[in-house]
Design a binder for this molecule. Structure first.
Ligand SMILES: Cc1cc2nc3c(=O)[nH]c(=O)nc-3n(C[C@H](O)[C@H](O)[C@H](O)COP(=O)(O)O)c2cc1C
Length: 221
């Protein structure tokens, strides 16, 4: 093989390796990613406590993270619940629930609400927290939690393991002690926390990174 032919073969090999790296996504710029396949390892997710009454009128609370705001008008939230939960039966019967946003100081109670069933244990009696009858819906909210939302079920969507309950927001109630100078809920004072599927941990949210209006201006058009 002469000098030129050797150089050509070497060039083809180098180009081939480069193309393979691009095709497999194995690029130094993006970093190498490990595939987790299907599943719900998508951290973080919110931590909400869902309030409902059972058919005897006993209040119950369950922790939920398969949740979110799903519509602005009508203002609505979605909560996905397995059929096996006591809360599922309750919400099906009353067509009502509350969303209660826990502060960090209620992390232990929130973990308890998410690991014990109201079928077996009176969770309100065990935690000593106070259930208040909703003003507009047939569901209880927690007096101690700083931000609570009363919801009326508008739609139910069976998805698979879980059924999505879409709840129209009827009223949001916020403790005056957690409002900021503009009268809006101050996240630093509400002090909510997040759940990370995978590590199974609760994580704090204690820092303002920036406001959207200011941040977007940092990117030049
Ligand atoms: C952080 C966390 C998040 C959870 N999210 C959900 C959820 O979104 N949907 C669900 O059906 N169960 C969820 N669970 C499990 C229920 O809260 C748990 O099974 C609870 O005991 C049900 O209570 P109940 O039977 O009184 O309704 C979660 C548990 C934890 C700890």
């Amino acid at each position: 093989m002469n000098r030129y032919r050797k150089a050509a073969v070497l060039g083809i090999i180098v180009l081939g390796v480069f193309a393979c790296a691009l095709l497999t996504g194995d690029s130094a710029v993006a970093g190498k990613k490990k595939s987790f396949g299907t599943g719900t390892i998508i951290p973080p997710v919110p931590v909400w406590v869902i309030g409902s009454y059972d058919t005897d009128g006993k209040p119950n609370m369950m922790t939920a993270s398969w949740v979110g705001i799903c519509c602005s008008d009508p203002a609505s939230v979605t909560v996905s619940i397995r059929e096996s939960r006591y809360s599922y039966i309750n919400i099906l019967a009353t067509r009502s629930f509350t969303v209660n946003i826990p502060s960090k100081k209620y992390a232990a109670e929130t973990a308890f609400f998410g690991t014990v069933s109201g079928r077996d244990v009176d969770k309100l009696a065990a935690t000593g927290l106070t259930a208040v009858k909703g003003e507009h819906v047939n569901a209880p909210y927690l007096a101690e939690f700083p931000l609570v939302v009363e919801c009326r079920v508008s739609t139910m969507v069976p998805v698979g393991s879980h059924t999505m309950f879409i709840g129209e927001i009827v009223d949001i109630k916020v403790d005056e002690s957690v409002l900021d100078e503009n009268g809006m809920p101050d996240p630093m004072k509400v002090s909510p926390f997040l759940f990370c599927p995978g590590s199974n941990g609760f994580y704090g949210t204690s820092e303002l990174i920036g406001r959207v209006g200011e941040l977007q201006r940092k990117i030049k058009r």
